[in-house]
Design a protein around this ligand. Sequence first.
Ligand SMILES: NC(=O)c1ccc[n+]([C@@H]2O[C@H](COP(=O)([O-])OP(=O)(O)OC[C@H]3O[C@@H](n4cnc5c(N)ncnc54)[C@H](O)[C@@H]3O)[C@@H](O)[C@H]2O)c1
Ligand SMILES: O=c1ccn([C@@H]2O[C@H](COP(=O)(O)OP(=O)(O)O[C@H]3O[C@H](CO)[C@@H](O)[C@H](O)[C@H]3O)[C@@H](O)[C@H]2O)c(=O)[nH]1
Length: 331
Amino acid sequence: MNVLVVGGAGYIGSHAVKLLAEVGHTVVVVDNLSRGHREAVPTTIPFYEMPLADTEGLKRVLKRYRIECVMHFAALAYVGESVERPLAYYDNNVAQTVSLLRAMEAAGVDKMVFSSTCATYGEPKVVPIVEETPQEPINPYGRSKLFVEKILADYATSRPAFSYAALRYFNVAGAARDGSLGEDHDPETHLIPSLLLTALGKRPQFVVFGTDYPTPDGTCIRDYIHVEDLCRAHIMVMEALQAGSRLIYNLGIGRGYSVKEVLHSVERVTGRKIPVVYGPRRPGDPAILYADATKIRRELNWTPEYTEIDAIVETAWQWFKDHPDGYRRKS
Ligand SMILES: NC(=O)c1ccc[n+]([C@@H]2O[C@H](COP(=O)([O-])OP(=O)(O)OC[C@H]3O[C@@H](n4cnc5c(N)ncnc54)[C@H](O)[C@@H]3O)[C@@H](O)[C@H]2O)c1
Ligand SMILES: O=c1ccn([C@@H]2O[C@H](COP(=O)(O)OP(=O)(O)O[C@H]3O[C@H](CO)[C@@H](O)[C@H](O)[C@H]3O)[C@@H](O)[C@H]2O)c(=O)[nH]1
């Protein structure tokens, strides 16, 4: 298929671009580079530096490459930042998605795979989380993603040819197995990269956010899914879309690891002792989030290849060792 990847210069989008090209799809990338890296997209792939707000520009790209499906990764994605700058989040993540849908409508493109998040569930009363778990986000980031899910549902009702998938990711982690791509966020706040940057000596210490959660070791529990498993699911979902489909799936491995368990994994994989400080809770962090991902396993036969935290951390460690300063400077 001819696929437009918006947000294709970001962490997850760039891995999706790589996999799509490897399995024979034709790929075009749009990204405004607000958070992404030009270096993460091969020069052989058409690249447009463009915001999703540019409806006319998007329309031209969609028509020129006869795009059949849009994979939509473009978003601002930090919970804390969303509390401080809610309007930026609603503009970027919601209003600009409407612009993208308008361009798709005008160009007659009727398939979208959308990056949603388990943050749309807020603080669920019951885990594991199933797709029917009530969506009650507790921050503007989660709400911005939930609003887009609702907009997609309404738009699909108005346009029977349209089909979409909303994939609710849990915590995406790791890097390309061949070492070519990885995670390079600025600022980097995610758990595994923060631990690895500390292991490399680029940060003096690692702070555990909260040790008084109602979990066995007192630290938060999350479900870490390898980025390549996640991207493989995207392609399976895209290929399953037919006029009128509305596919909603959780994407996680269905198993939770605590912050302390991930810390110990990083120490095992790197062979280095991490200097640790125990700090207060980070506002907005739910205690326990992990997926029941049986729906996508059952319906599309997707299974994650990476089910152990050490194997996921190993791929990320490879990337950080080779690229301690991210894409711009390789060691
Ligand atoms: N990383 C995770 O664990 C995680 C978990 C759940 C959901 N998600 C979602 O997955 C998607 C990708 O996340 P990521 O970690 O790769 O983030 P990222 O910041 O690395 O990538 C997002 C990309 O989108 C681009 N972008 C943002 N706004 C844009 C706009 N208005 N126009 C054009 N380009 C724009 C950025 O420049 C960046 O390259 C996001 O939608 C995020 O909300 C991520
Ligand atoms: O320096 C750190 C960084 C993180 N944590 C903890 O590690 C866990 C994971 O944190 P992080 O890697 O920041 O991920 P989340 O806050 O769970 O958010 C990610 O996962 C969400 C889905 O769960 C996505 O929606 C978000 O976009 C994505 O950033 C949390 O308990 C944090 O409190 C620490 O203790 N110290």
